[in-house]
Write a protein that binds this ligand. Structure first.
Ligand SMILES: [Zn+2]
Length: 500
């Protein structure tokens, strides 16, 4: 990923940085006779992968929650059984958290209701979180504890489903997590540390050496917690956290007081556009106002926008901010950009915006896209090749816990454009393996202004690297999925090896 020297035989590391990249002889002579030598046996050594968009605390929590993902359950009855098992080992009254369901993957083809969950666990408050993280179902006890009844007002941009006959809340909340977050008991410190250790292992086993937390509500309490967890060694990959829009004033003070030790870097201001059908919240004008403020204050801005309407609103708001106050090298980002027809690709390119997207969704959710997205719109799904062709800087992340953090399915999705069942998903938008690797390394570093530190193997960079079982650039697209990380190095330390 270093253009000046794209390939080499050996790397010498001193302390946490790369010293020399070159031949075996170069590396040996600069490292000296005392150096520890690691023979990769001809396998591929790449820059450590960077997950440019994930949710670290939610991922940690999900690893401790009842698994209701598509590999674990296939019906509402399965969800009930899993919740019931958890209720049997949880003291009555304590919250049960279950995560990962998607109504499209359930035999019933609908969201569960409070009444479904009541049958499984009447005496525990239950929160069942949708795979997207943007919806959840509560049982009756949880609804009561959160004060959600007939007369509750829905939060801006959110929606609460009601039983059509009685008008009672069905338990399903869309884009309304704030109604629950205040009440649902957070994890204890010990639980969180355990969840982060598990998350850290999964990142390292995926060859990921740096992560960007893109959670839109992040502020000082989250940073303090994550920083301490890093300090105590529970989370090994480097960490950058985005800053919630409302938290941007607090961020300056926090950075001054706590942020100088490299345990946690602050990144872009994150703005969430809530999308419900064709409605977006905030609306265009309010969004533009927010973006202009953050931009004028010098922040990099990252906007969550999935569907076309939201992507257009994000691009429009950023274009307006840049027209009012032009700035070089802003690296403003649109996160996800799942549906993007050619005129919008053009607009993003001419505005000079980055896109940070999730190619592994093509693999994990491709079959659902083929079922649910109208045929004439399928060509606009994750148009990676068009975006790159138009000159857009493109980077990638996993968005875990929506799916796991593994990078290999993302490389496969970006290059082969095939779903889990092997169906082609917009094959014309496939990119080369070199470009795909860039999304998770050099471009991902660039997306956080970190290209001088990571994202390539070059002298002076951090020694963050991954050994893969084979050379992805010499591997047929259809076989990319069989590649496995073998060893992960963070800051010159071997922190993970396969089979240990
Ligand atoms: Zn996200």
């Amino acid at each position: 990923m270093d253009r000046r020297q794209p390939r080499a035989q050996a790397v010498a590391v001193h302390g946490e940085r790369i010293l020399v990249v070159g031949s075996d002889a170069d590396a040996r002579s600069s490292a000296g006779p005392q150096a520890e030598v690691i023979d990769c046996r001809g396998r591929a050594l790449l820059p450590g992968f960077i997950d440019a968009h994930c949710h670290v605390l939610a991922y940690a929590a999900s690893l401790l929650a009842v698994d209701c993902g598509p590999d674990a359950v296939s019906s509402i009855a399965d969800i009930q059984a899993a919740v019931r098992r958890q209720a049997e080992i949880t003291p009555a009254g304590r919250w049960i958290r279950a995560v990962g369901y998607s109504e499209a993957d359930l035999a019933e083809g609908r969201h569960p209701t409070r009444w479904d969950l009541d049958l499984a666990a009447p005496d525990h408050p239950v929160r069942l979180i949708h795979r997207s993280g943007h919806a959840c179902v509560l049982n009756s006890l949880a609804l009561r504890l959160c004060g959600i009844g007939m007369e509750i007002e829905e939060p801006p941009g959110g929606r609460m489903e009601r039983d059509p006959a009685s008008g009672e809340p069905s338990g399903l909340l869309l884009e309304a997590n704030e109604l629950v977050d205040r009440t649902a008991t957070p994890l204890s410190r010990e639980e969180l540390a355990e969840g982060l250790r598990l998350a850290s292992q999964r990142f390292l086993a995926a060859g990921i050496t740096a992560v960007v937390d893109a959670s839109h509500a992040n502020g000082p309490p989250e940073w303090e917690l994550l920083r301490r967890m890093r300090q105590e060694g529970h989370l090994l990959p480097h960490l950058t956290s985005m800053v919630g829009f409302e938290q941007r004033e607090a961020a300056a003070g926090w950075r001054e007081k706590e942020g100088g030790d490299g345990l946690l870097e602050l990144g872009a201001v994150k703005i969430l556009i809530k999308e419900l059908g064709e409605d977006i919240y905030p609306g265009e004008d309010e969004l533009a106002e927010m973006v202009c403020q953050a931009h004028a204050q010098g922040w990099q801005v990252a906007i969550h926008a999935v569907e076309e309407r939201a992507v257009a609103a994000a691009a429009g708001a950023l274009a307006r901010a840049l027209a009012e106050a032009p700035r070089q090298d802003h690296r403003h980002r649109i996160e996800h950009c799942a549906v993007c027809p050619p005129p919008l690709v053009e607009r993003i390119a001419t505005t000079g915006l980055m896109v940070v997207t999730q190619p592994s969704f093509l693999y994990y959710s491709g079959d659902r896209y083929l079922r649910q997205v109208p045929a004439q719109r399928q060509p606009y799904l994750y148009p990676l090749r068009s975006l790159l062709g138009a000159g857009v800087r493109l980077a990638a992340g996993s968005d875990c816990p929506v799916v796991g953090p593994e990078v290999v399915p993302g490389l496969y999705g970006a290059v082969a454009r095939r779903s889990k069942s092997g169906q082609p998903v917009g094959g014309e938008e496939g990119i080369s393996i070199g470009q795909a690797l860039g999304l998770y390394t050099s471009a991902a570093a660039y997306a956080s202004f970190a290209e001088g530190e990571r994202g390539s193997i070059a002298p002076g960079r951090l020694a963050d690297m991954v050994v893969l079982s084979g050379d992805p650039t010499a591997c047929p697209a259809g076989e990319l999925l069989s590649l496995r990380p073998q060893m992960t190095v963070v800051g010159g330390q071997v922190v993970w090896r396969a089979g240990e």
